[in-house]
Design a protein around this ligand. Structure first.
Ligand code: DGL
Length: 270
């Protein structure tokens, strides 16, 4: 048993989709969430910048006595996980490995689609991971940069003409490539799952990378008897920009109203 909290971070608020999964799977855990809202988005940035930001994010979270860190951000997981793991003496879970495993297990025709930010796709991390698991799996990958602002502006529900137009434009080549599994390799995409699913069709399995990571981290901690023993764990929220818009955005990603307090962090000091 380990009563210490789990740290979760993302480039912004999107990582709350992973936090929601963690809360569902591990309700007794205390969670500390950091969203780098002052520097979001990471997805269009270069690897060195992503790495610098990610190091600061972890350094802030480590000002708490944590038992593990979950990197909810697809962009950070794809570009900086190796370094973060090497530099920190606590378990650090990213979304790429668990999502790759889930995709390889789900595909029947061994054709997997992958969507994410430009930096995630450019990294080639998901392809490397899937290749190591099953070299026979073909991966068709595509950056979908417009999905993040769409979701942040509440344009993700089925029937939304803008969301549907953009999604059809992006996804048609993947559909034509005949993938039967699609990895949603970005924090924001689970909110578009209904729109994406309707375009890809019922024969295509969608893999939520945050949920896959939460499952993996939960199983890993359970196997080592590192879960907390309490019924309901508290959640603390930190952001690097104004806390004003927190409740609105948090409720989009968590799917319920959020009344918990939020604090501001000077992330450049870490
Ligand atoms: N959190 C990022 C990701 O999952 C999306 C937003 C951004 O570009 O920072 O890749």
């Amino acid at each position: 048993m380990d009563q210490r909290p789990i740290g979760v971070f993302d480039s912004g608020m999107g990582g709350l989709t992973a936090l929601r999964e963690l809360r569902q799977i591990l309700p007794g855990e205390e969670l500390i969430y950091f969203g780098d809202t002052g520097r979001v988005p990471y997805g269009g940035r270069g690897r060195e910048t992503i790495l610098r930001y990610a190091r600061q994010d972890v350094s802030f979270l480590r000002s708490f006595d944590l038992k593990a860190v979950v990197v909810a951000c697809g962009t950070v997981s794809a570009n900086a996980l190796t370094e973060l793991k090497a530099e920190n003496d606590l378990p650090i879970f990213g979304v790429v490995g668990p999502a790759a495993w889930a995709a390889v297990e789900a595909t029947r025709n061994r054709r997997v689609g992958l969507i994410g930010t430009a930096a995630s796709i450019r990294s080639g991390a998901y392809e490397r991971e899937m290749e190591a698991i099953d070299p026979g799996v073909a991966v068709v990958s595509l950056a979908c940069p417009l999905f993040v602002p769409l979701v942040e502006n509440g344009r993700f529900r089925p029937g939304d003409p803008v969301a549907e137009l953009v999604a059809r434009e992006y996804l048609t080549p993947l559909k034509e490539a005949g993938v039967d599994t699609l990895v949603l390799g970005c924090t924001h995409y689970p909110l578009l799952a209904e729109v994406i699913g309707a375009i890809m069709g019922p024969g295509v399995t969608l893999i939520d990378s945050g949920a896959a990571c939460a499952d993996y981290a939960g199983a890993w901690l359970r196997e080592r008897d590192l879960l907390a023993r309490r019924d309901v764990g508290a959640c603390r929220y930190f952001v690097s920009d104004s806390t004003q818009d927190f409740a609105r955005l948090a409720s989009i990603f968590l799917g319920q109203p959020v009344t918990d307090p939020v604090e501001r962090v000077e992330i450049e000091q870490y």
